[in-house]
Unconditional design. Structure first.
Length: 293
C-alpha cells in the first residue's frame, strides 16, 4: 500500500493529480482494511503480544491525572514524601517550581506491559517544556533510569493530539489521540507521507489510558476522584489495569481478527464509580494472578 501511494507521484506530473491519487489510495486502504479482518487482531509469539500482521501493539498513557497529579504546595509535596511507597518529583519549568506525584504502581505497570512486548508512549496537552522536564525527573524503580530515556523520548505533544475528532473516527483500529492521516495526508509527499503512513500502520492495535471517559474507543478509563473514581493513592491500580489487559489479550487471541482495543472494550465491565469495586473485583484478581500474588 505504501508503494502504491508513493507511486502516485511517479504516475502523475501535476501536484493536484498526485494529491487526488493519494487521497483515493487512502480511501481504498481504509475500505480494504475494514473488510479484511485478517489484517488486524493480535497473537502471542515468544511471550510477546504483537499484531497478527507483525506490527507492534501500542499503549499511550495520558500524563496528567492518569500517570501523575500536581501537588499544589511544597509543604504538601514534603508530607507525601514522608509516606512509604509514595513517589513525588519536583521540577523547574518556565521559571517556576512544580511538584508531582506519580500514581502508585504506574511505573511498574509500564514495565509490565513492555515485558509483554507493548510499545509505551506518553501524550499530554500540557506545556511541552514541562512535559519533557517531568518525564526526565521521574526515575524508574531499581534502575534509576529516567522515564523519558526509558521510553526513548516517545512523548506526543499537544499539537498532534486527536481525540474523537479525526476523519477516521469510525474505524475501530485507529488510536486516538495520535495523529491520523485523514485530511492531512492529501497534502503530503515523499518522506513526510511515508512517516505518516508508518505511524498510522503502528496503530492497528493500540489503546490509551485516560481519566476522561470517551476520549477513545480504545480506552482504559480510570475515572479521577473528582468524578467519583478511585482515590489517587488507589493501591490496586496496577493490578486492575494488568488484569484488564490480560483478559483482553485472551479474548482477542481466541477471536482472530479482533483488535486489542475492541477486546478491551468488551472486558472493561467493572464500575470504578462504585467504591465497593476499588479493592476487589474479577479484574483485580486476574491482575494479582498474573503477578503471581
Amino acid at each position: 500500500m505504501l508503494i502504491a501511494i508513493l507511486g502516485c507521484q511517479l504516475l502523475f506530473s501535476g501536484a493536484a493529480s498526485a494529491r487526488t491519487c493519494v487521497a483515493d489510495q487512502l480511501r481504498k486502504s481504509v475500505s480494504r482494511a475494514e473488510s479484511v479482518s485478517s489484517g488486524f487482531g493480535i497473537m502471542i509469539r515468544d511471550g510477546k503480544v504483537i499484531g497478527r500482521n507483525g506490527d507492534p501493539v501500542v499503549a499511550a498513557f495520558d500524563l496528567d491525572e492518569t500517570l501523575v497529579r500536581s501537588i499544589r504546595t511544597t509543604e504538601g509535596a514534603r508530607a507525601l514524601r514522608r509516606i512509604p511507597g509514595r513517589h513525588v518529583v519536583s521540577i523547574n519549568a518556565n521559571g517556576a517550581k512544580a511538584h508531582y506525584e506519580v500514581f502508585p504502581g504506574m511505573l511498574d505497570l509500564i514495565q509490565d506491559l513492555q515485558a509483554r512486548g507493548i510499545r509505551v508512549t506518553i501524550y499530554s496537552a500540557g506545556d511541552p517544556q514541562r512535559n519533557q522536564a517531568l518525564l526526565k525527573a521521574i526515575r524508574l524503580p531499581k534502575t534509576n533510569e529516567t522515564l523519558f530515556s526509558h521510553l526513548k523520548g516517545r512523548l506526543v505533544p499537544r499539537s498532534e493530539i486527536r481525540y474523537n475528532l479525526d476523519p477516521l473516527d469510525s474505524r475501530p483500529d485507529i488510536l486516538k489521540p495520535l495523529r491520523s492521516l485523514g485530511h492531512e495526508a492529501a497534502g503530503m509527499n515523499g518522506p513526510a507521507l511515508e512517516r505518516a503512513w508508518r505511524a498510522h500502520a503502528d496503530l492497528h492495535n493500540a489503546f490509551i489510558m485516560d481519566d476522561l471517559k470517551g476520549t477513545s474507543i480504545h480506552q482504559i478509563w480510570i475515572p479521577s476522584p473528582s468524578v467519583g473514581g478511585p482515590p489517587y493513592e488507589w493501591a490496586q491500580r496496577r493490578e486492575y489495569v494488568l488484569g484488564l489487559f490480560s483478559e483482553a489479550v485472551d479474548l482477542a487471541v481466541r477471536n482472530p481478527g479482533m483488535s486489542l482495543g475492541s477486546a478491551l472494550k468488551r472486558v472493561q465491565n467493572v464500575n470504578l464509580l462504585d467504591p465497593s469495586q476499588w479493592a476487589a473485583n474479577p479484574l483485580i484478581q486476574r491482575g494479582r494472578s498474573v503477578l503471581g500474588r
